[in-house]
Design a protein around this ligand. Sequence first.
Ligand code: FES
Length: 228
Amino acid sequence: LYLVWGAFVALLGGLVSGLFAAIFGLIDYTTIRADHRAKKTATRHMIFNVTALALFGVSAALRSTALDAIRAGLLPFALSAIGVALLAYGGFLGGHLVYSDGIAVGRHRRQTPLPRSTITIVATEQLFIPVADAHLLGEGETLRVDINGTILVIARVGAEAYAFQEYCTHRYGPLSEGALKNCEVICPWHGSRFDLRTGKVTAGPAKVDLHTFRTEIRDGKIWVEAPK
Ligand code: FES
């Protein structure tokens, strides 16, 4: 009887903590760019975990009707067992999201909205390329732009826009998700800082400067120098 009660209480505890974890998971989910390869993994992670929670919920409801039994019924036991298997796979995907894709790492450091997608521009002979309407880039915000396969960040500080390579020179952290402070971008992963005007490292762990690109704001558009 104690075991039946113990299992029931443990199940309720898991349900409550799972629901709390889901809130934070959902917040992280909304910050992933639509075209980020991790978005699909995150969707699967969410489906597995939510299904597991639903199965645990049904199992707990069934168990609550027979708490004076000597042992749990076969159906609630089977539901819980399937839930554990789904949760294990969901956890594996969660580890992949954090350790391989850097999801949920450092995004809290950025107060302004993250880029929702990547602006893709294909080959052009122009020296300067119009990438977006200037009003789309608010103070402290960034755009992520792919020009012929080179991915850049356009960042707005005051009246100026700055362009530089997307991937941090330390471990390839996504600088379009970094915070902008005092004309510097701070890598969201390990906090390296780079001067937006020159690309120079102002604080490690990165040791190699960023490649920067000239920009202009004219005719209501942001123009950027085409990468070579
Ligand atoms: S990846 Fe940017 S500081 Fe490590």
